[in-house]
Design a protein around this ligand. Structure first.
Ligand code: SF4
Ligand code: SF4
Length: 456
């Protein structure tokens, strides 16, 4: 709950933004470093002019076309943050520019309606796809049933914050928990639509509702011994560390917790992890990379090379975006990148293309059908070495490529969870099968696998 007499979130956010605008010198270095500029077709406009227009968009919601285009083509790669020598976070400024545009395009009632609709659609996809794959015990383990969202008697060391969308590929989240169990880490799981970070509301231009949702979830996440929340989702991580927590810190003078991405958390515990990596995993692998959260790619590479038997090869492909879904602001560019990476993985003769994030897995995994290598999550590699296995039901269903067959195959869980089969089919069509930016190669048969482990 917001303490009485506290300045409203939106007011404090506006002050925070104002301070950042004052610090920006309009040098344009952030624009020069940004991998979105070229594919967005604005590289002919001067960098200084593009950032100048962003400042106008943030303040008034109006600004030149090239700046609007930049704001809307931001893949949240974070290259701009590293490029700025003045302590400004241009990625955050771009999100505030998009907020300014949304506010000038629509009245609050319409923005709120859009935010609610996006939240409902998102929740529906997460709820149906997780229930099509998990029994009640597994849902409970992931914090999706009442028993496990109640506050434990003793505060855990950490909260593991899943966010929403990893629940669509639950084997990834369950492996994260299995690994933490093996390491003896005490944690409470929180996430799912009832623990929304507010990103959908912010994207719809409703900063007040985004602040309310993010702050209410923040209170729930605040009860740990270590003052640390481990986050799975990079989108939640950016929403908390770049918008919610800095604003709340201004409101209250302190932050209720710090957030760490799971990969960095695991990377920091390599010495503890090593004795658990008992089984050799004889695979030549390549890492699918997104650089948006600092240190995650590096931690993932270090973790992979610590697994006995793993040979990590570099495909020398562009690494952009916060996670795959964020590259969707430039759809043609994304398709080209994904195809180039699949071809490079084939040419390098890898046994597996290994991704970190859940949206990477959703978008890429069905290509396994058509290419001579597996497409897996990094935690499957770590898990295999630790003797931990979680079946990738998401990929199994998606490779069927037939909504009726998928629904029939899930009929037990549909009955058990009292799901409406026609609603389930609709979600399978739109959310499971529809999440395919680079189309599968129609009719292609899998080529023989060169080496390595049997497909999952
Ligand atoms: S955000 Fe930083 S890098 Fe970008 S123009 Fe302003 S001062 Fe320069
Ligand atoms: S976050 Fe990335 S894509 Fe967005 S503006 Fe910065 S460098 Fe460009």
């Amino acid at each position: 709950m917001q303490p009485m007499n506290e300045i409203p979130f939106e007011t404090t956010l506006a002050e925070y933004v104002e301070e950042m605008l004052d610090s920006c010198t309009r040098c344009g270095k952030c624009v020069e470093a940004c991998p979105s500029v070229e594919p967005a077709g604005i590289s002919d406009t001067k960098s200084e002019d593009i950032i100048g227009g962003i400042l106008e968009l943030v303040s008034t919601g109006n600004g030149p076309q090239a700046s609007r285009k930049w704001a809307q083509s931001c893949m949240r790669s974070g290259a701009c943050i590293k490029a700025c020598n003045y302590g400004v976070n241009p990625r955050f400024l771009l999100s505030m520019a998009r907020l300014g545009i949304a506010k000038s395009d629509n009245e609050l009632a319409e923005r709120r309606r859009q935010g609610i609709e996006k939240y409902r659609d998102g929740s529906r996809g997460v709820n149906v796809l997780s229930h099509l794959q998990l029994d009640t015990d597994a849902l409970e383990r992931l914090g999706q049933k009442s028993a496990s969202v109640s506050t434990p008697v003793e505060a855990p060391d950490f909260v593991f914050y899943t966010g929403c969308n990893v629940l669509k590929t639950p084997h990834i989240a369950l492996l994260a928990l299995d690994i933490m169990d093996a390491l003896g880490v005490s944690y409470q799981v929180m996430g799912g639509p009832s623990h929304c970070c507010g990103i959908l509301q912010l994207k719809s231009g409703d900063a007040e509702m985004a602040g309310r949702m993010g702050s209410s979830t923040m209170e729930k996440l605040s009860h740990t011994k270590s003052g640390q929340v481990i986050s799975w989702c990079p989108s939640c991580y950016v929403q908390y560390t770049e918008t919610i927590l800095p604003t709340v810190e201004r409101q209250r003078g302190s932050r209720p917790f710090e957030m760490s991405p799971f990969m960095r958390f695991l990377g920091d515990r390599l010495a503890q992890l090593k004795p658990h990596l008992q089984h050799r995993v004889e695979m030549r692998v390549a890492l699918h990379k997104h650089p948006g959260v600092a240190g995650v790619v590096e931690a993932a590479a270090e973790i992979l090379t610590t697994v006995p038997g793993i040979e990590l090869v570099d495909l020398n492909q562009p690494a952009v975006g916060l996670q795959s879904v964020d590259v969707g602001v430039l759809p043609k560019f994304k398709r080209e990148l994904q195809l180039m990476e699949l071809e490079a993985a084939r040419d390098a003769g890898v046994d597996a293309l290994v991704a970190v994030y859940h949206s990477d897995h959703r978008e890429l995994c069905a290509h396994e059908r058509d290419w001579p290598f597996r497409i897996i999550n990094i935690l499957e590699v770590v898990g295999e070495s630790m003797g931990l296995h979680r079946h990738d039901r998401y990929k199994e269903l998606k490779i069927m490529q037939d909504a009726d067959q998928i629904v029939a195959d899930c009929s037990d869980l549909i009955a058990k969870h009292s799901l409406d089969p026609s609603n389930a089919r609709d979600v399978v069509m739109k959310v499971l099968l529809g999440d395919q930016p680079l189309p599968l190669r129609a009719g292609a048969l899998p080529e023989p696998r060169a080496r390595g482990v049997a497909p999952s």
